[in-house]
Write a protein that binds this ligand. Sequence first.
Ligand SMILES: Nc1ncnc2c1ncn2[C@@H]1O[C@H](COP(=O)(O)OP(=O)(O)OP(=O)(O)O)[C@@H](O)[C@H]1O
Length: 275
Amino acid sequence: MITLEAEKLSFSYNGKTMALKDVSFRVKEKRIGIVGQNGSGKTTLLSIFMGFLKPESGKVTLNGVVPYRERGEILKAFAPSFEKGRLPYRMKVRDLVSLVGEITGESKEVVSLAQDLGVQSFYDKRVYELSSGQEQLLWIFNALSDPGRIPVLDEPFVHLDIHAYRRVVKVLKERFDSYILTSHVPEDVELLTESVIVLEKGEVRWYGKIPELEGAYEVFVASTEKVDIPNVVADFGNVLVCDCDLGLLESLMRRGAIRGYKKAGVRLLYAKIRD
Ligand SMILES: Nc1ncnc2c1ncn2[C@@H]1O[C@H](COP(=O)(O)OP(=O)(O)OP(=O)(O)O)[C@@H](O)[C@H]1O
C-alpha cells in the first residue's frame, strides 16, 4: 500500500512560477494516478515525493517518510522513471538489459520483461540511436525491472504508439499490483489506477477513489451528426460530456443518433476546467 500525504504544500520555480499552491490530500492505495493538464504540476509533485525537490512550504510524506530529508530511503523503495533523466547513452540496449539483470539478480525475469515490453526489438541499437518512443520504453523497463521497488512512472505513454501502449498496459495490469503514475489522459488513470489526485493549475481539484466519482456521461457522436443533447458540460469534438438523463441516452442509442455513452468519471473533472 502507498500513502501519499500533502498538507498545504507549495512549490515555485525560481521563486516565480507557482507550480503547486497550498496542495492538501491524503491518498492510500496500491495503484495511484496523478492526472492533470499540461503544466498542472504533476511532474513537480512527483519530484517532491521522490525527494528531488524540496517544498517551499507545507508538509509532505510518502509512506510516513519526508522525501527531501530521506531521499535514500525513498529510492530504496521506489523506482522513478522520469523522461528528463539520464541513461548510459553509448551502451547497447542488449547490454543494458543484461546489466540490469545482473544488478537485480533476476536475469530471467528482466529478459522476459524486456520481451513483453517490446524492448528486445531494438536490442542492437545504442541508447543514443533510439527514437523517442523506444527511449521511453527503455525508461519504463528501467522503472519496472527491480522487483523490490515500486515503479513511479511520469507520463509513461506520451511517445508510445498504440501497440507499445497496449504492451505496457498489459505488463502493468498483469505483473504489478502497486505503482504511481501520472498522465494527462483521464482514461489512462481510470484504466490503470484505483485512486487519483486531479491537479488543475497547481491546485488539487479532486482526490479519492475513482468509483466515488458520480454524475455526467460522455456521449460519443459522429462529427457529421447533429444531435440535440441537453446540458452539455463540455464539448471535446466528437465526445460530449453531458449532465443528462440515462433514459434519454438509451433512446438516442436506439434511434442510432449517438454511437455510445459511458460514465464521464475523471473526464467530468476535466470538463469543468476552464482555460
Ligand atoms: N525547471 C523549471 N523551471 C521553471 N518553471 C518550471 C520548471 N519545471 C516546470 N515549471 C513550471 O511549473 C509548472 C508545473 O510544471 P510541471 O512540469 O510540474 O507540470 P506537468 O503537469 O508535469 O506538465 P506536463 O503534462 O506538460 O508534463 C508549469 O507552469 C511549468 O511551466
